[in-house]
Design a protein around this ligand. Structure first.
Ligand SMILES: [Zn+2]
Length: 169
């Protein structure tokens, strides 16, 4: 039987799925145990064809169990990917680009950043920039140095680069 490394639980759906998977595997074990007992009985009664039939059935059931495990694994991976994409979408909706950095604007008073544009755009990684000098940030991940602000300001909710450009003009 293949070894499975279970990812940490992330939601009620996950825990429901894990519980159902466990239940399915218990059902398989119960039926396999029953087949083993029946086969022992058939053997002790000298019923060779029935014993062979039960052995074949055990083999088919084991094959089916492996298929179910593989499907469960695939479902888990798809659930994880869906959760990751949902998270990315939530973050992407709150991102505002200012100069060469992203900021996550949760509210007027909750603005986080600056984050690396390259790391987010290419790999959806929200990498905080380290302040390199006044108005510049350094990404420890992709090693880029970028302009984060001209006036060391952070964006407010509703902030737009266009508005800033207009006021600067
Ligand atoms: Zn980066």
């Amino acid at each position: 039987m293949p070894a499975f490394r279970l990812a940490p639980l992330r939601s009620a759906t996950h825990s429901w799925f894990v519980e159902k998977s466990r239940h399915d595997m218990i059902q398989f074990s119960n039926v396999l145990d029953l087949l083993r007992i029946l086969r022992g009985t058939a053997q002790s009664l000298g019923l060779a064809p029935i014993s062979q039939g039960l052995l074949d059935l055990q083999g088919q059931l084991l094959h089916l169990q492996v298929q179910v495990l593989e499907q469960q694994m695939e479902t888990r991976l798809m659930q994880d990917e869906a959760a990751r994409l949902r998270g990315c979408l939530t973050t992407a909706r709150r991102l505002q680009r200012v100069h060469e950095a992203y900021f996550v604007v949760n509210s007027d008073t909750d603005v986080r950043g600056p984050y690396c544009v390259t790391c987010w755009d290419r790999r959806e990684v929200l990498q905080a920039l380290v302040e390199a000098e006044e108005g510049a940030g350094y990404c420890p991940n992709c090693k880029a140095t970028v302009e984060t602000s001209r006036k060391a300001e952070k964006p407010k909710s509703g902030y737009s680069l266009r508005a800033e450009e207009q006021s600067a003009a």
